[in-house]
Ligand binder design. Sequence first.
Ligand SMILES: O=C(O)CCC(=O)C(=O)O
Ligand SMILES: [Fe+2]
Length: 489
Amino acid sequence: ESTTTTCSLDQQNRDAHQRRDPCLQEMQYNISGTQGSFWAYVEPDVNTMYNGNPPASTKVEFPKFNGFSVKFINMSNKRLILKWVPFDKNQPPVQMSVMLPFHEAGTASFPGHNFILTDEYDTEYHRFVIGDSPAEANLQVYDPYRVEGPEDPVATERTLQQVLAPHERQQYDQLRDTLLFHEQYQQFTGRSYLANYLRDPPRHFIWPVTHFGQQFWVTTPETHFTQLPPAQLLNPVTTDDTARHQNPVLTDYRDRDSQLNMTLTVLSVAPRVLEIPNFLSATEIQHILQIATGMELSRSTVGNSEKDLQKRQAAEVKTDTRTSFNSWLKREKSPVIDAIYRRAADLMRIDEALFREHTDSNDELKKKKSLAEQLQLVHYDPGQEYTAHHDFGYRDLKKNQKARFSTLLLYLNHEGLEAGETTFPRWRNAETFLPLKVKPQAGKAVLFYSQLPDGNFDDYSQHSAAPPTKGEKWLINLWTWSPYMDDDE
Ligand SMILES: O=C(O)CCC(=O)C(=O)O
Ligand SMILES: [Fe+2]
């Protein structure tokens, strides 16, 4: 018998994160007799967010905004339909998503909201009434097998053995382990465990944010375009890995300096939000909008890809909270767009090769999907908005769930625009119960993370796009995923 312990790449990455991130603390847990230790994200005390220079009060100002993320868990072997019940009794319930057996769905909600689970004939199986606080209401469980009271767990076990087939039992147990882990995680961190037990920490670098106004600097060779290259030089770039260049292209049309210095400034510690002025040049913005105005803009859909939308409906809650218009722009569309991806990768300290289809060096034949989505261009007219939501979702129940990891927002204009801010209503701070509001400014970027350094999803990453009161707003979303993007398995 060998006593050698092996160390996978994942484990190495995990160790690297533990060394790197200042907010991880080791917690012990016990799931059905299995002991383990976990590096949990623990939110820093609000005092420390001011770096020794706190305001008069050092108490967290609890946000006026009272919404939070809600994850519904179907612990039955039935395919059920999740519906939101409007307050107006004359309105019929609104279908949110189809919940497969032992699957999850999620949305942002508020205290007092009602949801029901029905079968396809509208028979009601369960009603969820959303409680007041995230701690009690983040997870909404439908478990028809659980026998409450002193007879549990013996009676529950008997029921489970009678009702569930072995493969169903396995799925049920996985969800139950997740709930057990959630309880212990919540005790240790004060937060709900929104991911599935046990999700790996993100594969990718996260800026180790500790205080307001903290700055990080990144130097990139992907300098600004200052002049638009002639049309014949703006052909789509190849998707063939081997043809990829290492050095910046079209330097004649770029800033004369050989490097671009980018400064990231921390706007919020929890959630982690950073702003980067002058990420895009005026020429680049003009180029993007030029391509965009020649494109068909479609009604915004909540989700990450139009073509997969139908498939996603089973797993994702659809909302009518987004009234803006959007369209998608491929990285390969032009060398300018490609340069923006490379710059964004440098900003996030992620290898740009991971932001396109690439070949895993360990497996020459295996094409890997990109971590980064296409650019999503969004346009708001006065009154159009995107109400408070999360960018992560509950795609699958695999051990290491794929989910959106970070969002890079790129503002394309501000002249003539009033309001239309990006808001983070749940940021932790000691000064105001009002949302953090980020004002659009042409060329400015905002980076925030939907995942915590411990692999959990960050409920505080909830954000909204406030409606412009005057003028229009143009913005780009660049989403990345961890461990990698959802595919069509
Ligand atoms: O428009 C904004 O400021 C934010 C957009 C956003 O959150 C989204 O599209 O997911
Ligand atoms: Fe968003």
